[in-house]
Design a protein around this ligand. Structure first.
Ligand code: SF4
Length: 237
């Protein structure tokens, strides 16, 4: 297996040449990252890109969003097909304003206490917004890790990624893994375009649907996911 240092370097270089250039990747603002990640949970990034400037022109900070009414954001959320989630985002902003003085929390414990924020979103806010090295693992990253490291459990994948972070810009590596999974290491991978092609064992994709009983435990500021696979449903290729 390639060392963590070289793997991280290759990922960073690949991102610089081939990564997606969304406007939120240029900012290190926890509020913006929180709003964008909330929207990304249910919508394609390209769709969010179209309303990005408008969202932050109208709601530049936590306070403006927290004091908004549903009618104020209805038009934007309708265009995204997310009207049913608009109030949830306003409530997160209200919670942040009331309990944290408008400052987006910078610990995983506090973020997970906000209703509507889960492990992925909290990790993204910490990493991309606050600059705290935190693994950001979505289903695309899990697919890469599955083939590259033979790992299917998120708790173990987070450990692999923490090793990469020790040798790199954690933000760049996190975005590289997300892009690699969504652009190249897809269900049908395009290995010839992958920066890890020569070292990846290209392990068969275990399409395990872990019906997880997942419990989040925080130890020393780190997320420990207690996963209990209940059923392994299928295996492909
Ligand atoms: S070499 Fe192929 S299987 Fe391995 S990480 Fe790259 S795209 Fe995925």
């Amino acid at each position: 297996m390639l060392s963590a240092e070289i793997t991280a370097k290759r990922l960073e270089e690949w991102l610089a040449k081939h990564g997606r250039r969304f406007p939120w990747r240029r900012v290190k603002d926890p509020y913006r990252i929180m709003v964008v990640e909330f929207l990304l949970q249910r919508t394609r990034a390209e769709t969010i890109e179209r309303v990005y400037d408008e969202v932050f022109r109208r709601f530049p900070d936590v306070e403006s969003l927290a004091t908004a009414e549903i009618t104020d954001i209805k038009d934007i959320f309708s265009r995204l097909g997310l009207l049913y989630r608009a109030m949830r985002l306003i409530n997160i902003a209200r919670d942040v304003l009331k309990n944290y003085g408008g400052y987006i929390p910078s610990t995983i414990e506090e973020l997970l206490r906000l209703k509507g924020i889960g492990v992925y979103m909290a990790s993204a806010i910490l990493n991309f917004g606050h600059g705290i090295p935190t693994p950001v693992v979505d289903k695309n990253v899990m697919r890469v890790a599955n083939r590259l490291w033979g790992e299917t459990r998120e708790s173990n994948i987070r450990k692999f990624i923490e090793e990469l972070y020790k040798h790199s810009n954690h933000r760049a590596v996190a975005y590289a893994l997300i892009d690699l999974g969504s652009l190249i290491c897809r269900e049908k991978p395009r290995c010839s375009e992958c920066p890890l092609n020569d070292v990846c064992p290209k392990l068969p994709l275990l399409k395990e649907k872990w019906r997880m009983q997942r419990k989040v435990i925080i130890v020393g500021g780190k997320v420990i996911l207690k996963e209990q696979p209940v059923t392994r449903i299928c295996k492909i290729k």
